[in-house]
Design a protein around this ligand. Structure first.
Ligand SMILES: N[C@@H](CCC(=O)N[C@@H](CS)C(=O)NCC(=O)O)C(=O)O
Length: 290
């Protein structure tokens, strides 16, 4: 019998990928957007957000985690994407070797919490020749880095305040999280009511921490309009005719709101829809497959 995993390895350019995720987490969605667009096959392990038993073996306690060939552990969505992109440019470079370009640094943030950051995480590691191939025009690598950073440091923070904006929206969001995620019936029941109430309150705190406007929708519309304006009228994507890593990051983050009121409002009241639909089809059709 043919081992289905060996088939995956062949079609995926030699890498066997396992993604540990929460389906509705924006960071995990960013990674899936990258893998889907590039047509890289992967297995998913949905993690239970209450016990997190599925990642008990890992010292790093967040998702996404991507395991490569059962031995190299990639943490952090941006590191995962940058290192895979590096590998796709030159498949001779092993993931273990590439990972050394993104060393972890522990520090304490302004709220006294220990945080881990990764050096160079927005950089795809390229030789001069590869760099000319991937970024032929001056300034486009810088632009990609700028908007990937903006996605992680600004856009992501608009999601919770928007999807938990009212008690009704908080209930609908948790209904969706429980439906899509891995919860026991008891956890699901509590998450739906206690979780929704807690997130409604936390979302208000996040709103003031990130200095959002009273009407958080206005920040969301402005953010996606700024994004569309940065692409301009002459390009289909920020990457030109094909999405680049900034397009994939923004798409991955916005996609977690699909099916919720915030998403419908954004599509109706901002200019993002044509770009979003182009991204959807590029990702669905694996247009970046090599
Ligand atoms: N910088 C990380 C952030 C990942 C992150 O914060 N993940 C959240 C889920 S959205 C998490 O796992 N939090 C810990 C927890 O749920 O216990 C990345 O880009 O991957």
């Amino acid at each position: 019998m043919v081992d289905p995993l060996s088939l995956l390895q062949v079609s995926g350019g030699g890498l066997k990928l396992i993604l540990y995720q929460y389906k509705t987490c924006p960071f995990c969605s960013k990674v899936r957007a990258f893998l889907d667009y590039h047509g890289l096959p992967y297995e998913i392990v949905e993690v239970n957000p209450v016990m997190r038993k599925e990642i008990k073996w890992s010292d790093y306690r967040k998702v996404p985690i991507l395991m490569v060939d059962g031995e190299v552990q990639l943490n952090d969505s941006t590191v995962i994407i940058s290192s895979l992109r590096t590998h796709l440019m030159n498949k001779e470079r092993s993931m273990a070797e590439i990972l050394q370009c993104y060393p972890a640094m522990k520090s304490v943030n302004d709220r006294g919490k220990e945080v881990t950051e990764y050096n160079n995480k927005y950089w795809v590691m390229l030789t001069e020749a590869e760099s000319l191939e991937l970024y032929p025009d001056k300034g486009i690598q810088k632009e990609e880095i700028k908007w990937r950073t903006w996605t992680d440091e600004w856009l992501v923070h608009l999601i919770s305040p928007n999807v938990y904006r009212t008690t009704g929206e908080a209930m609908a969001s948790f209904d969706y999280i429980v439906r899509e995620g891995k919860f026991s019936p008891m956890e699901g029941f509590f998450a739906k009511y206690v979780g929704a109430a807690a997130m409604y309150i936390i979302a208000k705190r996040l709103k003031s921490r990130h200095n959002l406007q009273d009407d958080v929708r206005e920040d969301l519309y402005k953010a996606v309009n700024d994004w569309v304006a940065a692409i301009g009228k002459k390009r289909k994507f920020m990457g030109g005719d094909q999405p680049n890593l900034a397009d994939l990051a923004v798409f991955g983050v916005l996609r977690v709101m699909e099916g919720l009121e915030a998403f419908d409002d954004m599509m109706k009241n901002s200019k993002v829809k044509p770009w979003y639909r182009r991204m959807e089809s590029a990702s669905l059709n694996h247009e970046g497959r090599t």
